[in-house]
Write a protein that binds this ligand. Structure first.
Ligand code: ADP
Ligand code: MG
Length: 259
């Protein structure tokens, strides 16, 4: 028997607006992301990239439009045909579908690598310590840090710490991973190992939204590149098109800095 499968987008973003007081930072963002897709967001500083990721991950509330992840509207649920705001529990459940990695790795300094990774699964999501530990050790292998389970963050290089942060974000088994300039705080010689880890995750089919200035990574790993400027998506498409042959003057100006 053959069946036609229609895939639904994992992420749906419609006409999203976000202001901080008088300052409108997101001015109508529309974006659909399919399961397994890797989307790289490029754009100048202040264009709203971080704010956009933070809205997806419940860290900021939007003023207009909607964001849905895995078929559920962020921050709301449907009940008897009406949208109602989620309780703290409901929000925690939705957030479990999303992992986020920041420029600053924010590991807990007083905890070992292993403790950092099992903290959320055990402490927040009620997983058994045994299961969480088994999973954490597999994740450490995946990011190439098996021998560091008992180390403290200060004993690791920046690149290693960021790979632990990636493992920690993966520990809740998210359907979507958000990366906000994950290599921007690293010494240049440590950038490659983190990008290599991210490239592996992309190959393994993880759905990822990556804000980065690493054009090489965008070219190689992205299925789609989005160029944001002044709170809007001004250009979007395959990396070869957007990076290799940008159409919008803003995209051209931005990319010319990297040539
Ligand atoms: P990007 O990540 O592209 O550099 P951001 O999303 O961080 O851009 O910021 C976009 C704009 O929103 C900037 O002008 C920034 O100063 C402003 N902004 C971001 N967060 C806040 C906040 N919490 N309060 C007020 N303004 C903010
Ligand atoms: Mg930013």
């Amino acid at each position: 028997m053959s069946a036609v499968q229609t895939m639904n987008p994992l992420v749906q973003v419609r006409d999203v607006h976000k202001s901080f007081d008088q300052l409108e930072v997101l001015k109508g963002i529309d974006l659909d992301i399919m399961p397994g897709e890797v989307v790289v967001i490029l754009g100048p500083s202040g264009s709203g990239k971080s704010t956009f990721l933070r809205c997806i991950n419940h860290l900021e509330a939007i003023n207009k439009g909607f964001i849905a992840v895995d078929g559920e509207q962020i921050g709301y649920r449907l009940r008897n045909g009406r949208l109602e705001k989620l309780s703290a529990n409901g929000i925690a459940r939705q957030r479990r579908k999303i992992g986020m990695v920041f420029q600053q790795f924010n590991l807990y300094p007083h905890m070992t690598v292993l403790q950092n990774i099992i903290e959320a699964p055990v402490g927040i999501h009620g997983e058994s310590r045994q299961d969480a530990t088994r999973n954490a050790l597999q994740l450490l292998e995946r990011v190439g840090l098996s021998e560091k389970a008992g180390s403290y963050p200060r004993q690791l290089s920046g690149g290693q710490q960021q790979r632990v942060a990636i493992a920690r974000a993966l520990a809740i088994k998210p359907k979507l991973m958000l990366f906000d300039e994950p290599t921007s705080a690293l010494d240049p010689e440590l950038v490659g190992e983190v990008l290599a880890t991210m490239r592996d995750l992309a190959k393994q089919g993880l759905t990822m939204i990556v804000v980065t200035h690493e054009i090489g990574f965008a070219r190689e790993a992205a299925d789609r590149v989005v160029f944001m400027d002044d709170g809007k998506i001004v250009e979007m498409g395959r990396p070869d098109d957007v990076i290799g042959n940008p159409q919008h003057p803003r995209t051209k100006a931005f990319l010319s800095r990297f040539l």
